[in-house]
Design a protein around this ligand. Structure first.
Ligand code: NAD
Length: 290
């Protein structure tokens, strides 16, 4: 078994991005600028946004973090989005999800200009992705493609099973793995909460991508010998051994599954850092196009 080391790979990617920023500035360009809006902020969202802002600094981007109270109205949030849309100094915008129940995520996503939608969630970007046209790819699936690519994982003709059909991970992932691209050309099965014979399907996966948000859901008996396993899930569990009092675990029972597969992503240090690196890559692209 070999680890698909997202931390290491994302650091390489960040070094490459930082180098491009240096070149951009040397040629008279401006620093790429990412804006992030955080509404309320429970522990996890706060952690993710802070990690994104920190990553911007590391590669030489400017960043702006706008914090709004959890009671903010939908119309005020939409006005903030429009202001950033119109600000020529800002290249990319993300609104950290989930949002409070009284705000429509769809409305917010649709209000972000597709040219600044570096999370790749706008229907225009998702539609262009479907058609294999240039677009901002959703950051998590894009990070997984990059990881598979950098480890030279053969995907063509393989059976890829995706667990979870969310709009931000599972659904776009299934489309990307089926596209006629270098990392792609898989035969894809997209499974979800209504799938009846899940274990039978996962056991036939050459590549298994797991994004359902249930702690250690995938056991060794669900995985084919030699499969490539990508674990997207993040669950915080209490821990007596860490300073924070909690640690992150995935959707895959790592200890038993890792003995059976050829490659596997750890949690933490797998898909998470690759997601952030993809967001930076999208922001750099947005800045070049701006
Ligand atoms: P979600 O929570 O929106 O949806 C879960 C999906 O799992 C649904 O499509 C549902 O049909 C499916 N599902 C639920 N129970 C199932 C079952 N028993 N069998 C098969 N499918 C089942 O999904 P999400 O937003 O993609 O998040 C999934 C996990 O990935 C979460 O733990 C989240 O924190 C994590 N996540 C990680 C990153 C990262 O960068 N590492 C990014 C996004 C999400």
């Amino acid at each position: 078994m070999q680890l698909l080391d997202g931390k290491l790979t994302s650091n390489t990617l960040k070094d490459e991005i930082a180098l491009e920023v240096t070149e951009l500035l040397a040629n008279g360009g401006k620093k790429p600028h990412l804006a992030a809006i955080l509404v309320g902020g429970n522990g996890a969202s706060e952690t993710y946004v802070n990690a994104k802002v920190k990553a911007c600094k590391k590669v030489g981007f400017d960043s702006t973090l706008i914090r709004l109270d959890s009671s903010v109205s939908e119309s005020i949030l939409l006005d903030e989005v429009r202001k950033i849309n119109e600000n020529p100094l800002i290249d990319g915008l993300i609104v950290q999800l989930p949002l409070p129940k009284h705000i429509s995520e769809t409305k917010v996503t649709e209000t972000i200009l597709p040219e600044k939608d570096v999370d790749g969630f706008h229907p225009v970007n998702l539609g262009r992705m479907m058609l294999n046209l240039p677009s901002f790819l959703p950051a998590t699936p894009a990070g997984i493609l990059e990881l598979l690519d950098r480890y030279n994982i053969e995907t063509s003709g393989k059976h890829c099973v995706v667990i979870g059909r969310s709009h931000i991970v599972g659904s776009p992932m299934s489309i990307l793995m089926a596209r006629n691209t270098k990392v792609g050309n898989c035969t894809v099965t997209l499974t979800h909460s209504r799938t009846t014979n899940l274990e039978e399907i996962t056991r036939s996966a050459d590549i298994l991508i797991v994004a359902l948000g249930k702690l250690e859901f995938v056991k060794a008996c669900m995985v084919k010998q030699g499969a490539v396993v990508v674990d997207v899930g993040i669950t915080r569990v209490k821990s007596a051994t860490t300073k924070s009092g909690w640690k992150l675990k995935g959707d895959v029972a790592f200890d038993e599954v890792s003995k059976k597969c050829s490659y596997i992503t750890p949690v933490p240090g797998g898909v998470g850092p690759m997601t952030i690196a993809s967001l930076l890559k999208n922001t750099l692209q947005a800045s070049k196009q701006n």
